[in-house]
Design a protein around this ligand. Structure first.
Ligand code: GDP
Length: 335
């Protein structure tokens, strides 16, 4: 009982510390939600519950694009512009490779050197964990934490090469794809799936000798997007050119993000979208927990391996094996 009272006091203290802008408390809380230990998860969950009323106040922006497109240069500069205007900016860098390689290609603070020493900015790598669900869970919860800490702009960065982009697009309000002028067919440089997520395409490196090529690339994106967007309501992506290096076009990019955010807000679409995102989030966590609970049992784990082997060996179809597992888990078919 005493332990419980202490845990409650600790939680209350953490909430206060986060609210008052204590960065160490915020960083610790994020580490807590990233932890896979059951006791940490219980504490994290309690903390999030308490912070929930303080969340939701930020513009959530996803920033994606292939490696080398200039995402970190752009975030560094945009972040500086925004903090200079009085915004509090949090940057979460989702690194889909971090769990496998042990190293990190994102999230290195030196990539956003100037912004990382800015007192109104908070930069944090968001490890992907073992699954795509891992990206979603920790990054979403981290967004909630930084919002509770008073950050009013949240930039979620992801490398546009994996599956995490869709997950990130589903947790932000506006999704920006950073592209660069290249040789040949511009649309080849970026996967169609990524383009389809974009609200804004920012053709970067429009400077020096590149200006002409950047303008041409922007034209090609406009044409390509026009075809992609044909027949789709509520999707009207915008293409801009800019130079993150020279800080040119970034105010226009921010104005476009704000415009879209405001439009979503005033039409009520923002609330609806966030509500749907929250429901999808719940569903995902539930599915993961179900699977984890089932696989956690010794017998079930053995069945799983058996079915996997049968499917691998072509002795059973994936559908039949999945049915068999569902049956073993006590899930009945619909009548
Ligand atoms: P990221 O991998 O997408 O994060 O790309 P980086 O921000 O690390 O940039 C990749 C390279 O492009 C670096 O050498 C940057 O200096 C350079 N770069 C980024 N933005 C610009 C820009 O606006 N103009 C030019 N000329 N180079 C840029």
């Amino acid at each position: 009982m005493q332990g419980e009272a202490k845990a409650k006091r600790d939680s209350e203290r953490t909430v206060e510390a986060i609210r008052s802008g204590d960065r160490v408390a915020l960083a610790r809380a994020i580490t807590l939600i990233e932890s896979a230990k059951p006791e940490d998860q219980a504490r994290a969950s309690d903390l999030l519950e308490r912070l929930l009323p303080l969340t939701g106040g930020a513009v959530r922006v996803g920033i994606s694009g292939p490696p080398g497109a200039g995402k970190s240069t752009l975030i560094d500069q945009l972040g500086l512009n925004l903090t200079a205007q009085g915004h509090k900016v949090a940057v979460l860098a989702v690194d889909p490779t971090s769990s496998r390689s042990g190293g990190s290609i994102l999230g290195d603070k030196t990539r956003m050197g100037r912004l990382s020493s800015e007192p109104s900015a908070f930069i944090r790598p968001s490890p992907a964990g073992d699954s795509l669900g891992g990206v979603t869970k920790t990054t979403r919860e981290t967004i909630a934490l930084v919002e509770a800490a008073g950050y009013d702009v949240v930039l979620v960065e992801t490398v546009g090469v994996g599956q995490s982009e869709t997950a990130v697009a589903n947790m932000v309000d506006v999704f920006v794809v950073v592209a660069i002028p290249g040789a040949g067919d511009e649309l080849q440089g970026i996967k169609r799936g990524l383009l389809e997520l974009a609200d804004v395409i920012a053709v970067n490196k429009a400077d020096g000798d590149n200006v002409e090529r950047a303008n041409r690339a922007a034209m090609e994106y406009r044409t390509g997007l026009h075809i992609l967007a044909a027949g789709q309501k509520n999707w009207d992506p915008q293409v801009l050119t800019l130079s993150a290096r020279d800080n040119r076009g970034l105010d226009e990019l921010w104005a476009e993000i704000r415009k879209r955010f405001k439009a979503l807000k005033s039409s009520g679409a923002l609330d609806a979208r966030r509500a749907e995102q929250a429901v999808a989030w719940m569903r995902e966590i539930f599915e993961q927990r179900l699977l984890a609970a089932f696989k956690g049992g010794k017998r079930a784990a053995r069945h799983f391996r058996e079915m996997e082997e049968k499917v691998r060996a072509g002795k059973m179809t994936p559908g039949a094996a999945a049915h068999e597992l569902a049956h073993l888990a006590g899930i009945k078919d619909h009548e």
